[in-house]
Design a protein around this ligand. Sequence first.
Ligand code: TYM
Length: 312
Amino acid sequence: MKKRLFTGLQPSGALHIGNYFGALKPFKDIAGDYDSFLMIADYHSLTTMRDATTLRSNIIDVVKDYIAIGVEPDEVTIFKQSDVPEHTELAWIFECLVTVPFLSQAHAYKDKVAKGLEANAGLFNYPMLMAADILLYDADVVPVGEDQRQHVEYAREAATKFNNAYGETFVPPQEMVLKGVGIVAGTDGQKMSKSYKNTIPLFGTKDEISRAVMSVVTDSSGDRPENVYSIHRLFRTESELEGLYAEHAGKYKDLKEALIEDIETLVAPMREKRSEITDDDVRTILKNGSEKAQAQAQKKITEIRDRIGVSI
Ligand code: TYM
């Protein structure tokens, strides 16, 4: 019996290099070794998205992206969170078990409040929906980027709280953070993130990728432009980079051009493959995936309803 793997991502816009190295690539590399589930977290994305047309096309795009990088829909259950209502049901059950101070410690919520912005209740409860995602599937491993580590800790905590209240029901899940990648930095040196507008698009045209790389912030205090280097090290070994950066010391434009070529070498064949996938292919993949996901989710929620006393 293969162990179960579960991961997810929000369909909140074009994927970037941070998503690729923090989540897509590690997922693709190990998906075949597990009974793997990949969920498009469309309900999570409602915490920030309001435009239905954009959401619809983002969902289609993100599935195409995964297939283009080499994920096999025959091997991996790819599905949409909103197609399996057991997720929101279990989230509610967890929300009734955890406290407000506990949820107030979540980074995403705290960051929003620290910026003086008003957080919606969805953002506040976000970690419990994510806990439900993971725990409905009895996932053994959860591959995520460093920025999601805390959310998996919340899922472990939700599992423990439920088990303490109602008896052993959930296996506390384990995150799997790819070593050496950590948080991929964006063009300004902060975490690469759509909301910071500092991304290098994964499936952009060569022009879009070039524009993003050329905008990487450099300072003139040393020979090595650190923000360029920190992205470049994802594409080449340190010893390869040592030679390249020594040869072009101080020549930031040359180094950025080398980075653009390295990105293009990786992306061009995937871009080609992506152009052959139709919207209808995606609809079929999601329909098949949600049937498989729901079979598992229904089994688990039946046990949960029984435990909490709502099935009579
Ligand atoms: P999301 O959509 O923000 O990101 C998807 C995945 O990409 C990783 N990632 C990064 N890794 C390294 N550096 C970066 N700059 C970077 N930006 C994004 C994220 O760590 C993530 O693995 N809450 C999740 C989606 C989700 C989920 C789940 C994940 C919902 N339910 C259950 C796992 C299991 C999120 O917003 O990811």
